[in-house]
Ligand binder design. Structure first.
Ligand code: FE2
Length: 218
């Protein structure tokens, strides 16, 4: 758990593929929200102070939303917050988020930032000085663009024109434990990530092609 003056973040790792689930608690009010639902409620429930208010969805890939039903059944008032075009909107107690919506949790203000690319409905959540990046940005690299609704061009724009414009000390909390550590600042992540050192979109494309081909060989 990382203690910060007005909130805390408890990190859980599990699910399909070293997924991270984060429990954010407002230190003043005890109100809580989850980032994604990749992990069984039995593991996370002991850490709830009361019913959590919401689950903030970074994107609708299956591994990130697999356990939503469990949480929604246990906590019928729970709100699912995600992209306005999310397929989840038809099934759950869902509230759509526009780009730069503010979500108030107790004394905390969390901002949604649309970051399409890895998937069309990808959102990052900013709670200064932290950014929950889902599968858009990991420790050591960006996300990949393997789905039908992925876009390399959009991923480039989201990473370079949205995320890397944030203050260098911003600390990312990604959607999977794929890096050498769980969390890193943007500044440090640029130093260790060739995919964050592109000079242009074409350069990023080449770097991504190189990354994908080196994965195939290994
Ligand atoms: Fe994903």
């Amino acid at each position: 758990m990382i203690p910060i003056s007005n909130f805390s973040i408890r990190t859980f790792c599990g699910g399909y593929d070293k997924n991270f689930c984060y429990l954010i608690t407002c230190s003043h009010t005890g109100y809580q929200v989850l980032i994604d639902a990749p992990i069984d409620q039995k593991i996370i429930r002991p850490f709830f102070t009361d019913a959590p208010l919401a689950i903030l969805i970074t994107h609708s890939h299956h591994d990130h939303i697999h356990h939503i039903d469990q949480y929604q059944n246990l906590y019928p008032d729970l709100i699912i917050l995600g992209h306005q075009d999310s397929p989840l909107s038809e099934k759950y107690n869902f509230k759509p988020l526009e780009n730069k919506s503010t979500i108030k949790i107790g004394n905390l203000h969390i901002q949604s930032l649309y970051t399409p690319g890895h998937y069309f409905d990808s959102i990052c959540f900013k709670l200064d000085p932290v950014l929950f990046t889902g599968d858009t940005l990991f420790v050591g690299r960006t996300g990949r663009v393997l789905s039908r609704k992925s876009s390399l061009k959009n991923l480039y724009k989201s990473v370079y024109e949205v995320i890397l414009k944030l203050p260098p000390h911003t600390r990312i909390f990604p959607g999977h434990n794929y890096g050498r550590e769980n969390t890193i600042t943007l500044e440090e992540n640029i130093k260790i990530s060739p995919l964050l050192q592109a000079r242009s979109f074409n350069d990023f494309k080449l770097k991504m092609e190189f990354y994908e081909s080196s994965r195939t060989k290994s």
